[in-house]
Design a protein around this ligand. Structure first.
Ligand code: MTE
Ligand code: MO
Length: 316
């Protein structure tokens, strides 16, 4: 994160060619997913949101335009595929998201391994429009499909010792070329306090724009924790561990003075090397003015009480 240069391809310059390639990629991937009948016949741009991905829940709305599907799926941070914003889409073609299992273990009464069908059937899917604020200073507005993470955690019955939740991303060295770079001590690990994880905003995500997640967004299941910087939302999750002690998460391990465990979006607490007061909305055009960043990324009403009495400068 700290090593980013200016974006490789400003979203305003996404060409019809790259758009076409993104669609072709989508067609290739869709072949192995749940829409085989559509994949051969229809252009992805014309496929309407499949009802099984859930109706939009108006409780989770954002007063801003959606970021385009192309930008959401091709401008990504997913270091397992490389550090370039285009790498996850360009280099993600061999990734295997089926079959998939997610194991929930640790301080729980009922540890369990779920396959993807079991996860998808666990709670009704819905669409929520969330803000995403990257610690690098850019943001997006994204329609995710999924449900609250709490639905899954309740199934396994956390014990009284469970205080934190750890999220572990898959390692597929043969399909993830970025794993060869030792930027991160793989696997990618993130974590939340249990009460943060149980907050209804914390979302287990299976789709975006009414389709299965593409590799670039964390297929087949990832997290969305919208009041925190984007790096807290781990992708392609294979393990969720409930633990007693605060987990040592990947970015804290790399640069503890720059990235804290909490990582709540906070315009008043600068990163040591740049301000966090404003953000660049991806897709608004490269020269569009930056917009103010909101406390807790605009979710203060829902989450500020989780941190009452805490020093948010020390606990960055
Ligand atoms: N496993 C894994 N998860 C990850 C990352 C990553 O490199 N690896 N990058 C994070 C960062 S920095 C951001 S901003 C978001 C981006 O999510 P998106 O590409 O779906 O918008 O994913 C987060 N999750
Ligand atoms: Mo990020």
């Amino acid at each position: 994160m700290s090593k980013f240069k200016i974006p490789v391809v400003p979203p305003s310059e996404i060409t019809p060619e790259s758009l076409w390639r993104a669609r072709r990629e989508w067609l290739k991937k869709a072949g192995g997913l749940a829409l085989p009948a559509l994949a051969g016949s229809a252009l992805p741009g014309l496929v309407t949101a499949a009802p099984q991905w859930g109706e939009r829940n108006p409780e989770y709305a954002v007063d801003a335009e959606l970021t385009s599907e192309t930008a959401v799926t091709t401008y990504n941070n997913f270091y397992e595929f490389g550090t370039g914003k285009g790498d996850p889409d360009a280099r993600g073609g061999a990734f295997k998201s089926t079959p998939w299992t997610l194991t929930v273990e640790g301080e729980v009464l009922r540890p369990k391994t779920f396959d993807l069908d079991a996860l998808l059937a666990l709670a009704p899917l819905e669409e929520r429009v969330y803000r995403l604020r990257c610690v690098e200073g850019w943001s997006m507005v994204i329609p995710w499909n999924g449900y609250s993470l709490s639905a899954l955690l309740k199934q396994v019955e956390p014990t009284a010792n469970a205080k934190y939740v750890e999220f572990v991303t898959v390692m597929q060295p043969e399909t993830m070329p970025g794993l060869a770079d030792r930027i991160i001590d793989w696997p990618y690990v993130e974590g939340l306090r249990l009460d943060e994880a149980m907050n209804p905003l914390s979302m287990l995500v299976f789709g975006v724009y009414g389709k299965s997640l593409p590799t670039s967004n964390g297929a087949p299941v990832r997290l969305a924790v919208p009041w925190k910087y984007g790096f807290k939302s781990g992708k392609s999750i294979v393990k969720i561990r409930l633990v007693e002690k605060q987990p040592v998460t990947s970015w804290v391990k790399i640069a503890p003075h720059e990235y804290g465990f909490y990582a709540n979006v906070n315009p008043e607490v600068a990163h040591p090397r740049w301000s966090q007061a404003t953000e660049r909305r991806i897709g608004a055009g490269f020269f569009a003015p930056r917009v103010p960043t909101l406390m807790f990324n605009g979710y203060a009403d829902q989450v500020a009480s989780l941190y009452s009495g805490m020093d948010l400068v020390r606990n960055y």
